[in-house]
Every structure is written in C-alpha cells, then in structure tokens.
Design a protein around this ligand. Sequence first.
Ligand SMILES: Nc1nc2c(ncn2[C@@H]2O[C@H](COP(=O)(O)OP(=O)(O)OP(=O)(O)O)[C@@H](O)[C@H]2O)c(=O)[nH]1
Ligand SMILES: [Mg+2]
Length: 293
Amino acid sequence: MEKINWFPGHMNRARREIGDAIRKSDVVVELVDARLPSSSRNPMLGELATEKPVLTLFTKSDLADPDVTNAWIEAWDGPRPLALVMSERKSVAKIPERCRELAPHRGGPGRTLKILVVGIPNVGKSTLINTLTGKRVAKVGDRPAVTRRAQRVELDHDLSIFDSPGVLWPRLDDQGGARRMAASGAVGENAFELIDVAGWAVCFVASTYPALLEDRFDLDESVAEIFARTSPDPADATRAVELLEAVGRRRGALRSGGHVDLDRAADIFLRDLRAAKIGRISFERPGEREDGP
Ligand SMILES: Nc1nc2c(ncn2[C@@H]2O[C@H](COP(=O)(O)OP(=O)(O)OP(=O)(O)O)[C@@H](O)[C@H]2O)c(=O)[nH]1
Ligand SMILES: [Mg+2]
C-alpha cells in the first residue's frame, strides 16, 4: 500500500501560527471528528495549550455510530466532550456559555473573552462559526484546507471567536490513523491512492457493519460469502478488490468489456461513506490499538 503523505508546507506554517494564536486566546475549542476522535485529535495541542482551558467538541456526530460516540465520551481523557452537529443552531448554542464558565475571569467591558477554534481540515470549524453567528461569515467547503488564514468574528460585545486553518500533524508512522483520516475526508485527495483507502474502508465497513453495506449497495452476494472466498490478509488485496467490484457493478461503474472501473467504484464508495449514505459509521472505537486495525 502506498504511504499517505499528508504534511504539505502550508501545514507547517499553520502549526506555528496556531501556537501563537493559542497564546493570545482565553479558551481553546478543540474540534475532533466523532467518527475518529483519537486519530483526528492533534497530539500537539496538549503541549501548545498547557495554560489554556480546552473544550472538546465531537463534530459530525450525525454521521457517527451513536453507541460508539457514547463510548468515546465515557472513555475521554479530559473534560467531557460535547457531541454536536455543527450546522445546527440548537446543537452549538451552549458553546459560548461553556466558554464563559471555563474563563470566568474574562468577559465584560474591556476584557473580551477570546475563543480559538482548532482542528484538522474539514472537521467543521468554519461551519461552527457560521452557525454561531447565524451568518455566512466564514467560507465552508466539503474538502480539506478551505480556510487559509485565521479570521476573527464577534459573537457578542465581549466575546470573539477565531477561525483557523485546519492542521494535520506529522504522525506518518501511524498509517492506520492516516487511512481513517483519508477515508473521512480530512486529507487532500492528491496525498493518497484512492483505491488503497477505499479498499481499506470497504473491508472495514464489511467486517464492522456488513448489513449496512449489503443494504446500501443491494449486493448480489452477501458479505459472508465474499469473505468466505477471500483472504483476510490486508497485504492480499483480493478482498478489497472484490468488495469494490461488487459496489461498482451495482452502480454501473463499468468500462468497455463489462469490467468494473475500480477508480470510479472507489470514488462512489468513499462519497457514500463520507455522506453517511451507507449509514452512521464510526471508524475507531476507544481502547483499540493506536495503529490498528
Ligand atoms: N454532516 C455534517 N457535516 C458537517 C458538520 N460540520 C461540518 N460539516 C461539513 O463538513 C464540511 C467542512 O466544513 P468546514 O466548516 O469548511 O470545515 P473546516 O474545519 O473549516 O475546514 P478547513 O477550513 O478546510 O480546515 C462542509 O461540507 C460542512 O458542511 C457536521 O456536524 N455534520
Ligand atoms: Mg474552515
């Protein structure tokens, strides 16, 4: 499998800028993706924000498996995270209040409470700010690296919130985490091989949520049947290819001669997965090996 290389130059600069921004803020709001709370968490935040209170939000909880999200909340190391949907006003409404509780010495005339929003690309930072203000103040897009520079938005007379560019970190040794991030949409598509990532993801969904896969793609053959005649060894890609072919066949992703176009099948599968059209799927559970599965 090709290595996922996700640390382009502007991310380095962004990381330095985030360190500076944290120093100037009163509360850090950390956004992690509810589908992969561990892999999408910036391990450097602990070092960068030692003196600032951190409020952790699980974003896109509408896309994640609710039972797994609850297990993550119970197992979380640190103050209890809130599982939210960033586009819903009711969901995000309690955030300003929580921030005020975390920084009681700030707020009021001349003491504006400054909230900094941090998180990986595409996790929902700008969406959160737009929902909180009720306006389209920050640019949003369903691809990584939409926000390129920090932006300050007034939420109240004594409350301001800073959007920031998404940051990934150099943890290239954790290829399990890298795959989950790529599958979720946090990594630019030129940093990985679509078929590798979709192949991993389709095997993951087939083993963890087989009924969802069978229902969504109306598969001719059950997952159990495909598994019975393919090797579970990820180095042997036949299982991934067979599953992607089954998806592609049902969606008409065919080339001349009736062969499945694997690139198209991979693209179709990842789009459906990211939009939760297959169902609410979590990519990792608490207590799993860091680099697994
Ligand atoms: N289903 C769902 N989609 C969300 C949620 N939050 C954000 N999105 C979508 O995720 C995509 C990325 O959202 P952005 O707000 O641009 O993400 P960002 O963190 O600002 O991304 P960068 O600026 O690239 O770092 C958009 O298509 C949003 O509509 C959520 O809670 N649930
Ligand atoms: Mg943004």
